[in-house]
Design a binder for this molecule. Structure first.
Ligand code: BES
Ligand code: MN
Ligand code: ZN
Length: 498
């Protein structure tokens, strides 16, 4: 999909489809009013007959509106004019694109960014219109034998802004486009089945990303080198698999060498069977999504590089497959992590923390301003927060505030859980420095407590995306979360400093 911005009058657009809003009850937005006036009250006459009253979710498609050069005018219900918020804006934009999609229009011109949204400026409305539309149009067809590309479909959306705002909105547009591309990359990687998306595949895709962006340097560390680095905890997870582990590092340089990078660490378990502590078979296919943390690092790096954000960013993604086999880790096995701390693996299904701890220790060498790890870490997080909020735990309160704020702005929200030392006791082991599980209670918190033992030397936050990274059911699909949150956070950090 191609996006652009423009300013101009609704009644003069030569377009396949002009989109304008109608508020409740039958109150025309300025764009709809302009069309109404140019068409000798065609719209208000129709509305008076009761065809549409402007509720969110409604729409009315009109052809050959008199005096209007556009082929179609699409009216979209926008609800009550006062107190329109982010969520309603998203619904309105998504509804408009669903309706346009049902026509044969290849291109549309939307005046919906002109709506007044509480506490949001034109830049936000443009950036997020792009993200919402692209998200809605996403399809994953790589493994369908019939591509049925024959149907004509929407190729270009023009978002209309007032002339005064045009300059400022250019950046918003390019940010929206870059984030939408990053989100798509994340979703494509995550939706790929585990027989295609192996650790080696992730490494290849990372190398491709490095070729696309000259500003991104990619390195892949193989198992031998991991051994030399002492990453025995990470290697303990992949030792049962025929697929060798890969540790992928992205280095994006958009600022000077003296600017400390944020480091994103993403869990990349390309398939999680549970290992010897094997999972039940129901819905086990969804464990192909256990690399969504890694995929979100790919997406965030691609987005930041795409918009040429003047910051430094590092991405570290340990990629492994967790399998049962004759060489797999057995419950009770003990490993020495890269940090020197020893771990008793009581449950081989608590593998995410085992790969993350070594990746977190590795992150120290980048002298990070902050480290954020992203992981489909615990089923307990889905129990606690459901599918709507990402779990957030951190050792640094200002980082929490920034991430919560970014999630609000991006419509990709997180919710904080406590990381109190009281929980740490649950990880005690009689044989090693710690066990890798902490019992049934507070599973998301004890998982984060485990990671906290490896993040003492820097500001760190952990995002548990077990509930938010994909949706189940008949429309099973990766969501691309939390790429919007992460990139919004990075943009905000950059804007704070300037
Ligand atoms: N990848 C899973 C977590 C998960 C499960 C995410 C279901 C999304 C949906 C993780 O590796 C795991 O298996 N965690 C265990 C931890 C337990 C053994 C302490 C869990 O949540 O059951
Ligand atoms: Mn597991
Ligand atoms: Zn897992």
């Amino acid at each position: 999909m191609e996006f652009n911005i423009k300013s101009g009058s609704p009644e003069k657009q030569r377009s396949a489809c002009v989109v304008a809003g109608v508020h409740e009850s039958r109150k025309l937005t300025p764009a709809a009013r302009a069309i109404d006036e140019a068409s000798d009250k065609y719209l208000s006459n129709l509305l008076r007959k009761g065809d549409m009253d402007g509720k969110i979710g409604q729409s009315l498609l009109l052809h050959n509106v008199p005096g209007i050069p556009a082929e179609r005018v699409l009216l979209i219900g926008c609800g009550k004019e006062a107190d329109l918020d982010d969520k309603q804006y998203r619904k309105i934009i998504v509804n408009s694109i669903k309706q346009v999609k049902q026509t044969s229009a290849l291109e549309a011109v939307s005046f919906l960014p002109g709506l007044d949204i509480k506490d949001r400026d034109y830049r936000w409305k443009i950036q997020y219109a792009v993200q919402f539309i692209d998200h809605e149009l996403y399809q994953f067809k790589e493994f369908k034998s019939k591509k049925n590309n024959t149907k004509k479909s929407l190729r270009k959306t023009t978002l209309m802004v007032s002339r005064r705002e045009l300059g400022q909105c250019e950046t918003a547009l390019s940010r929206g486009v870059a984030i939408a591309r990053g989100v798509k990359l994340t979703r494509d990687l995550a939706n790929r089945p585990a027989n295609a998306c192996t650790p080696a595949h992730l490494a290849e895709q990372a190398t491709e990303l490095g070729k696309t962006f000259a500003s991104v340097k990619v390195t892949v560390i193989e198992e031998k080198e991991m051994e030399d680095l002492g990453m025995n905890s990470l290697l303990s997870v992949s030792q049962g698999s025929a697929q060798p582990a890969k540790l992928i590092t992205f280095r994006y340089q958009g600022a000077g060498d003296d600017s400390k990078p944020v480091v994103l660490v993403g869990k990349g378990v390309t398939f999680d069977t549970g290992g010897i502590s094997i999972k039940p078979s129901a819905a086990m296919d969804e464990m192909k999504f256990d690399m969504c943390g890694a995929a979100s690092v790919f997406g965030a790096v691609a987005a930041v590089a795409g918009m040429e954000l003047p910051i430094n960013l590092v991405g570290v993604t340990p990629a492994v497959e967790n399998m049962p086999s004759g060489t797999a880790t057995k419950p009770g096995d003990i490993f020495t992590s890269m940090s020197g701390q020893t771990i008793e693996v009581l449950n081989t299904d608590a593998e995410g923390r085992l790969i993350l701890c070594d990746a977190l220790t590795y992150s120290e060498r980048f002298e990070p301003a902050a480290v954020i790890d992203i992981a489909t870490l615990t089923g307990a997080c889905v129990v606690a927060l459901g599918k709507h909020a990402t779990g957030l735990l951190s050792n640094h309160d200002p980082l929490v505030a920034d991430l919560l704020q970014a999630g609000q702005t991006a419509g990709d929200r997180a919710w904080q859980l406590p990381l109190w030392e009281e929980y740490e006791k649950q990880l005690e082991s009689p044989f090693a420095d710690m066990a890798n599980i902490g019992g049934r209670e507070g599973g998301t918190i004890t998982a984060a407590c485990f990671l906290a033992k490896f993040t003492k030397n820097f500001h760190w936050a952990h995002l548990d995306i077990a509930g938010t990274a994909w949706v189940s059911g008949k429309n099973k699909c990766a969501t691309g979360r939390p790429v919007p949150l992460l990139v919004q956070y990075l943009i905000q950090q950059h804007e704070k400093q300037n």
